[in-house]
Design a binder for this molecule. Sequence first.
Ligand SMILES: CC(C)(COP(=O)(O)OP(=O)(O)OC[C@H]1O[C@@H](n2cnc3c(N)ncnc32)[C@H](O)[C@@H]1OP(=O)(O)O)[C@@H](O)C(=O)NCCC(=O)NCCS
Length: 136
Amino acid sequence: MEIRAYRQEDRDQIIDLWTCCNLVVPWNDPLKDIERKVRTDPDGLLVGLLKDQVVGTVMVGYEGHRGWVNYLAVSPSCRGRGFGRALMTSAERFLMDAGCPKVNLQVRSANNDVVRFYEAIGYSLDEVVGMGKRLC
Ligand SMILES: CC(C)(COP(=O)(O)OP(=O)(O)OC[C@H]1O[C@@H](n2cnc3c(N)ncnc32)[C@H](O)[C@@H]1OP(=O)(O)O)[C@@H](O)C(=O)NCCC(=O)NCCS
């Protein structure tokens, strides 16, 4: 799998990937999420490709204190081949290059099974309560 920064031509395939990976939820518009990311941090949307086909993504960003990862996805037909780990390694390298000391991520409680994937690649549970507030 080749991993590179997002290009405009990836957009529709990414939305299809996120949809089939159950990452699209009613309160998030994937098109707007891509547009906002590309506007603020164009190198932070990483795309995994096999023969020009989008098979993975990860969205990564550093806000000056912590790095954050969102929209990690691997196409169901390509799972179990180390692509998820490779995408996370690229995201971590992106953050380390920016001088970021720690990466955080949030897992929806309905997606608790994915915790075992993150544990397998070296992540552990933080003793925190996740909170949020919609701004628009
Ligand atoms: C999570 C996801 C990205 C994993 O991708 P993947 O390419 O199958 O993962 P990898 O092949 O790189 O697996 C890396 C390690 O995690 C383990 N692993 C992967 N999925 C696992 C699971 N569901 N349960 C337990 N372990 C898992 C693998 O066995 C492997 O361990 P090893 O290296 O010790 O053998 C993929 O399942 C996915 O896209 N899920 C749907 C979207 C999602 O939930 N994203 C995360 C939102 S927070």
